[in-house]
Design a protein around this ligand. Sequence first.
Ligand code: PSV
Ligand code: MN
Length: 424
Amino acid sequence: MRIDKKQIDQHNSDLQKAHQNRFDFAKSEIPHAESIIQKLIDFNVAIPSWALGTGGTRFARFSGAGEPGTLEQKMEDVGMLHALNNSSGAISLHIPWDIPSNYGAIKNLAADLNLKFDAMNSNTFQDQKGQALSYKFGSLQNTNKAIRQQAIEHNIEVIKHGIELGSKALTVWLSDGSCFPGQLNFRKAFQNTLEGLQEIYAALPADWKVFVEYKAFEPNFYSMTVGDWGQSLLYANKLGPKAFTLVDLGHHLPNANIEQIVALLMMEQKLAGFHFNDSKYGDDDLTVGSIKPYQLFLIFNELVEGMDARGMNHATDLGWMIDASHNVKDPLEDLLQSVEAIMISYAQALLVDRKGLNNAQDNNDVVAAQEILQNTFRTDVRAIVAEARLRAGGALDPIAFYRNNKLRASLIKERGANTIATGL
Ligand code: PSV
Ligand code: MN
């Protein structure tokens, strides 16, 4: 389903007056609003193909309706989000859930929808139908060489699909680990995993990167073989310059200082990018910014500071992706909320009085440092974000547009009420 540009224009003209008032006020408070707007226009966040349907928990899955049943439909959903917010111009595929049957047709569709292919994701955390050997006791860490080999070959196959589509990165998340003390020899598990990653690394084209994603627990609950940023960084350093550490916000032990992790990974030039989500307890996969918006702002504050210190391009030099699971909300509405939360935090981080903060830090003026950060966090930048969307051709209020134009009802009419998206 495609959105008619005329409908967006109509929506925007209906909201224009109220928006202009808010924007004029925001501009009066924010002197360099124009430069922030341009950065927001350039910034895009990739949508994971597996977040377009209902996620469910290990207890139940309450399917939504009109879910995308094919890769093409998933792309159309992302195309719709992008048409509304102009900041969702990429899709991240998970293999084998999203194997294209015709690369040319899929690439044409992507061009038509103005979408790029973000990092490709491999899957050795599940057994697939007809798969020769099981990953029950891990994939790259496995004590059985043939199982390790199967996992290596799968990752190389994922790279090949990505090359055909024009992707430039492979994300490897391993569920490998152990559930009980004594189950695993940690050193051998690390070594096997490293050797497997080295073979995968060797299959990367020159202009590709590999992102090593870590996770503290789940599905293994005693140890994870890539369990934290330190372990991921060890692998990335041993692999070489094309390997980086990927931060998924939900993959830490409670209260971890993620903004500090981010700052240090950037210092080492080893930060791959993000899987954005939010959590209260564990890897809850909730809407980013819904539980800890101040943390999200503090992360972006470090990102902007660190990227500027290195002269990096905010929009293109790191991988920006959402990784969430939608159990009680319409996934498309949830993704619109997610992108909005990211844009707000990014805009606020661009607003930070960097000089003032540096001075406060140099002079150990703790109060001034806190004032600067919290005043910025409490500045309402929503009109600035909306203005960026408007100038880029998107909708002033994407969720209102989605609801008023009954887009979910149209999707149900087109796809039926019982379609189920592949994924988790
Ligand atoms: C694991 O929890 C994870 O965050 C990894 O990124 C996976 O690839 C993704 O979720 C989807 O299962
Ligand atoms: Mn993730």
